[in-house]
Design a protein. Structure first.
Length: 110
């Protein structure tokens, strides 16, 4: 029997070299929320609705979500420039995260 394909959010998280905990801290949700999204227990329906809004209104997510200009400027100035900077901000080790991803992948593949 063929293994179930990995959810896109898990694939993208692993590709970014982030653990579920790291992603949850960056996004501002709990780690269990990330786990639920990746397992399909709770959907990402609200994300799909936002995408539909953007398509219908021919705009980007940033255009749809109203942020005041000081928030936008603050976010832009504090946005990590690289994956290494993300790991530095979170106090995690990029190599450990990569090893964890590789370990999880080999477990899934076996």
């Amino acid at each position: 029997m063929k293994p179930k394909p990995k959810p896109r959010i898990a694939f993208l998280r692993e590709k970014a070299g982030l653990t579920q905990l790291e992603l949850s801290r960056l996004v501002g949700v709990t780690e269990s929320t990330i786990q639920n999204w990746e397992s399909g227990r709770t959907g990402t329906d609200h994300i799909q609705r936002i995408i539909k809004f953007c398509k219908a209104l021919d705009c980007k997510v940033e255009d749809l979500i109203e942020l005041n200009q000081s928030e936008v400027a603050k976010e832009a100035s504090t946005k990590p420039a690289s994956l290494q900077e993300i790991h530095n901000l979170l106090g995690t080790d990029e190599e450990e995260a990569e090893q964890s991803v590789n370990s999880e992948q080999s477990t899934v593949n076996n």
